[in-house]
Write a protein that binds this ligand. Structure first.
Ligand code: AMP
Ligand code: MN
Ligand code: MN
Length: 318
């Protein structure tokens, strides 16, 4: 296991940039801001900047949220860290910052789809969240409340509040240690996992209306179109949790949800419950993820996506 403190000291690091994957989720923002808080608190002389392509409002309670920079700011940090992402492609538009750094670090939990690309890499694809992996790369004697709250957010979001199959004893032990820092964990769970805005609720209604059950009810398939999104007044970033609702339908093993992201591109989110490996299909389409949660983006239209996925599901669910 790599240790962030050792890397900082060995390389005499004076400035750090941190990023995660595009369209950041709770684990991504949580890990980036956890490391941001950890370094700010323990190394006040180091300049540290979190870079992310988006700032979803439900995470605005995290310390450091206001410091997130969404574009390349032209700076040249000595050290650049990539979290919750193991392909350089998915850190655009921050590749220049990565390439210019003298020391680079990659910590992740996705199934690897390419060669290691950083000076130091630690990928644990058995970990339910990258926050759990990052926890092991930090010195827990040097945490503060802000760092703990960020790590906890990633643990909660990527385990579906400690219920997905990858959740393990260590996850619970780390969560138990973190809640002793005294943040309001009930409010975090409600805010990042259960709460929906009214427009998100309307989008969910649309998605549920469009749902079809396939293969004797073992697959749930749905989509929202550009028109659906316009009529509900939602953005792509409002739709992240919908696939979860489809997965919960009784008897469903695989849930698939498709939505337009930008300029004709569609995003496909896949979830499975017990045995189907959705990562294989997502990886074959140039995406990635985990056995039970994976995704990819494509310029294919909704009908073509559905046709191709049905062929995969027929094999996977038979
Ligand atoms: P999502 O459906 O966006 O919540 O993603 C489910 C899981 O798959 C997450 O761990 C994502 O990071 C991963 N994932 C989604 N899209 C991609 C992609 N295009 N490339 C690699 N991993 C992805
Ligand atoms: Mn993520
Ligand atoms: Mn993650």
């Amino acid at each position: 296991m790599i240790k962030i403190d050792n890397i900082i000291n060995e390389h005499n690091v004076k400035s750090v940039g941190i990023t995660g994957h595009i369209n950041p989720d709770g684990d991504c923002i949580g890990s980036v801001l956890a490391l941001y808080n950890y370094i700010s608190y323990n190394y006040p002389d180091i300049r540290v900047v979190p870079y992310l392509t988006g700032k979803p409002g439900e995470f605005s309670y995290l310390n450091g949220f206001d410091s997130i920079i969404t574009e390349d700011d032209g700076s040249s940090p000595d050290m650049f860290v990539v979290l919750d992402c193991s392909v350089k492609e998915r850190i655009k538009p921050f590749v220049r910052l990565f390439d210019g750094a003298s020391v680079t670090v990659n910590i992740d939990h996705h199934i690897p789809t390419g060669e290691p690309f950083a000076t130091y890499s630690h990928i644990d694809d058995t970990a339910p969240s990258v926050c759990e992996v990052l926890y092991g790369a930090l010195d827990n004697a040097k945490f503060n409340k802000e760092t703990a709250e960020c790590l906890y957010t990633g643990l909660v979001t990527d385990t579906g509040v400690f219920k997905y199959a990858a959740t393990r004893q260590k996850t619970m032990e780390i969560a138990g240690e973190l809640i002793n820092y005294g943040f309001d964990f009930s409010e975090i769970i409600d805010g990042v996992f259960y709460e929906r805005t009214f427009t998100q609720t309307k989008a969910l209604a649309k998605a549920i209306e469009n749902t079809q059950l396939l293969f004797n009810g073992s697959a749930a398939y749905s989509y929202v179109s550009v028109e659906d999104m316009e009529s509900a007044g939602v953005k792509a970033s409002d739709l992240g949790g919908i696939v979860e609702q489809l997965r919960l339908i009784k008897g469903v093993e695989v849930a698939v949800f498709i939505y337009p992201v930008q300029d004709g591109m569609n995003k496909v989110s896949m979830r499975s419950k017990k045995y189907a490996d959705v990562s294989k299909y997502a990886i074959s389409k140039g995406g990635g993820g985990h056995m039970r949660a994976a995704g990819f983006s494509t310029f294919d239209g909704i009908n073509k996506i559905k046709q191709d996925i049905e062929a995969y599901l027929e094999k996977e669910l038979s």
